[in-house]
Design a protein around this ligand. Structure first.
Ligand code: ADP
Ligand code: MG
Length: 140
C-alpha cells in the first residue's frame, strides 16, 4: 500500500511504474471519478518517455501512443454500452500485444480481462485530508 499527499506524488508513482513496465503487461485502474486515475496514467506515460499529452479517451475507448519506449494502449471503458464494442475495436490485439495496456474502469469489462494483470486501486480518505490517496496494487 502506498499513500500520496499530492497530485505530484501520484504522478511520480505512475512515472516509476512506467519506467519499470514490460511489453505485454496489463494494468487495471479502479477508483471513483476524480480520484486521480488520469494523473497516475500521465505519470506512467512520462515513465514510458511519451511526450504527447495524455487525455482521458472517454469518447474513443482506446487511445494509442506509439512514440514511447513501447506502445501504450490507454483504455477508458467508462461509457461502454456492450462488451461487443470491445470486440469491434479488436481489444485482443492490445491486451495480448507488445505494449503496455492500461484500463480505466476495468471492472466494467471483467469477463474479458486477461488471466494475469496488475490491479491498481486508488481511494480517498477525507479524514486524512483532501489530497490524500491510498493506492494499492495487487497481482491478479
Ligand atoms: P480520474 O481520472 O480518476 O477521474 P483525475 O486524475 O482526472 O481523476 O483527477 C484527480 C484530481 O484530484 C485532480 O484534480 C488532482 O489535482 C486532484 N488530486 C488531489 N490530490 C491528489 C493525489 N494525491 N493524487 C492524485 N490526484 C490528486
Ligand atoms: Mg480520468
Amino acid at each position: 500500500m502506498i499513500e500520496t499527499f499530492s497530485p505530484e506524488e501520484t504522478f511520480q508513482l505512475g512515472q516509476r511504474l512506467g519506467e519499470q513496465a514490460k511489453p505485454g503487461e496489463v494494468y487495471t485502474l479502479v477508483g471513483d471519478l476524480g480520484v486521480g486515475k488520469t494523473v497516475l496514467t500521465q505519470g506512467i506515460a512520462k515513465g514510458l518517455l511519451i511526450e504527447e499529452p495524455i487525455c482521458s479517451p472517454t469518447f474513443t475507448i482506446v487511445q494509442v501512443y506509439e512514440e514511447g519506449r513501447m506502445p501504450f494502449y490507454h483504455f477508458d471503458v467508462y461509457r461502454i454500452g456492450d462488451i461487443e464494442e470491445m470486440d469491434e475495436i479488436g481489444y485482443e490485439d492490445y491486451f495480448y500485444g507488445q505494449g503496455l495496456t492500461m484500463i480505466e474502469w476495468a471492472n466494467l469489462i471483467e469477463e474479458i480481462l486477461p488471466e494475469h494483470y496488475l490491479e491498481i486501486r486508488i481511494e480517498k480518505d477525507l479524514q486524512k485530508g483532501f489530497d490524500y490517496r491510498r493506492i494499492t496494487m495487487q497481482e491478479i
